[in-house]
Design a binder for this molecule. Structure first.
Ligand code: GDP
Length: 453
């Protein structure tokens, strides 16, 4: 395999930059472009040691740097690695990388270091994906979930299921192949019990999927309400900037403005919409149409009401549309005093939050309401395994085959047929952990990484 190199720090000026070289020749190449200050040569350096020295290109001094050496197999990739920490200027970093490439290394592709770690058995596929999650984690809880994955929790659970299926397949094979030997008969009821156990374990793996998905991708959210209740003000208060136009004239927010905002650790992908109300104004009418569609397509609706005046006909119509939706009623303008009667709202919406968007007061109550609506709490993160979409698909397929195998057994079908179903379930679990997976899947997983990781 070739020796690869890339800048592992962001492509922007910074205090330091790190250039990573990995492969058989990593240390030889580092030796050609780096001279330690002092006696030791790079080639004599032991793993896990570093040295101060000068990076150069054909005798031209480039920068003073620190070189760290990792010797195979004790490195991130499992190969020899040399890491050069230089001053974080874009030009100097590029020059050092160029010198490395001139001396025999190839440019690393996106995610190639982690891919090599996976191919060399340093990580399973779920752990490699977790590395990506750690890099992109935007908050404490997301990080904790990624750490759990990285530490191998999904792998261990999936492996346990996969081992159980393997054992069942082994029993079936032994019994079918050597009927004349003294092998205990495979009893359908015993098989069913074992498969039910696998099913239970697989279900527990997907338990926190929604939580994880919400943390990774946010919740698509629509802020709705009749004109002038304070939707734009709430939107701005949540996003912390003047993105949508706030005015006193009814119906001025005509387009849908989209923005992601953070509410604690949760990202709301917000769409601020035109006030929902009957209108003759054509342009505004389009906006109202969009708002109604958004109610159908959003995962969360924040319905805003003016707490300082009684409910209007338009409010009541909106409330009717929100039956059976994941919805929070925001009673806004609490700073002006509350004179709204919420009994009609309470009929359709359980979560009611009083706040003042203008005074930025009550946002934490809104956060608690979102967390409780989506059943997100501290406990769901401390030990949680939140699998990603690819992993979820593998688990769902495995589950489907396990369930089919159970039904087949209950219907008294031939054990051969059951065997095929269990084998399919097993294949899906092997694909989940990456123990047996197509190159296309591996390429897809790593293509989402950045270069240098
Ligand atoms: P929208 O049409 O629903 O988007 O409403 P806007 O956000 O444009 O607000 C309409 C008016 O209500 C503006 O004058 C806001 O300053 C005012 N407003 C919005 N929220 C509050 C609030 O919490 N308290 C008070 N006192 N006024 C508010």
């Amino acid at each position: 395999m070739s020796t690869i190199a890339a800048v592992s720090t962001p492509n922007a000026p910074g205090g330091i930059a790190v250039i990573r070289i990995s492969g058989k020749d990593a240390i030889n190449i580092a030796d050609k472009i780096f001279t330690p200050v002092g006696s030791k040569s790079v080639k004599d350096m032991e793993g896990y040691t570093c040295v101060y020295g000068i990076a150069h290109d054909n005798g031209e001094r480039l920068d003073d740097c620190i070189l760290t050496v990792f010797r195979e197999p004790h490195s991130y990739t499992g190969e020899n690695i040399a890491e050069i920490s230089c001053h974080g200027g874009l030009y100097v970093t590029k020059r050092i990388l160029r010198a490395i490439l001139k001396n025999g290394a190839e440019n690393a592709e996106a995610g190639e270091f982690t891919k090599r770690a996976y191919l060399n058995g340093k990580l399973d596929l779920t752990q490699a994906e977790a590395v990506m999650d750690i890099i992109s984690a935007k908050g404490e809880r997301e990080l904790k979930m990624a750490e759990n994955l990285r530490e191998g929790s999904a792998f261990r659970k999936a492996k346990k299921c996969s081992d159980m299926l393997m054992k069942i397949l082994g029993d079936l094979a032994a019994w079918a192949d050597y009927p004349e030997e003294d092998i205990p008969e495979v009893k359908p009821e015993n098989l069913c019990a074992e498969l039910e156990k696998v099913k239970e374990d697989l279900l527990s793996l997907t338990e926190n999927y929604d939580c994880g998905r919400i943390l990774r991708h946010g919740i698509s959210t629509a802020i709705v309400g009749r004109p002038n209740v304070g939707k734009s003000t709430l939107f701005n208060c949540l996003s912390g900037c003047e993105r949508s136009i706030v005015t006193d004239i009814a119906g001025t927010t005509r387009d849908v403005v989209e923005e992601s905002v953070k509410l604690g650790d949760i990202v709301l992908r917000l769409a601020d919409t035109a006030g929902i109300r009957q209108t003759d104004d054509i342009i505004e009418g389009i906006g109202v149409d969009i708002a109604e569609k958004l109610i159908d397509s959003s995962e969360l609706i924040i319905a805003v009401f003016d707490g300082n005046c009684p409910l209007t006909e338009d409010d009541l119509k909106l409330i009717k549309k929100l039956d059976n939706k994941k919805c929070i009623a925001v009673i806004n303008k609490s700073d002006l005093g509350i004179c709204i009667d919420t009994s009609e709202i309470e009929k359709n919406i359980i979560q009611i939050v009083y706040l003042s968007a203008k005074e930025n007061d009550g946002v934490e109550r809104l956060q608690s309401a979102v967390e409780s609506l989506f059943e997100i709490n501290e406990n769901s993160f401390s030990s949680a395994v939140a699998v990603n979409e690819r992993q979820k698909k593998c688990i769902d397929s495995a589950l489907m085959y396990v369930e089919s195998a159970v039904s087949a057994l209950k219907n008294g079908e031939f054990l051969d047929a059951v065997n095929v179903l269990i084998d399919e379930a097993e294949q899906n679990l092997l694909s989940l952990t990456g123990e047996k997976v197509t190159d296309a899947v591996v390429d897809e997983v790593f293509s989402r990484f950045c270069v240098g990781k």
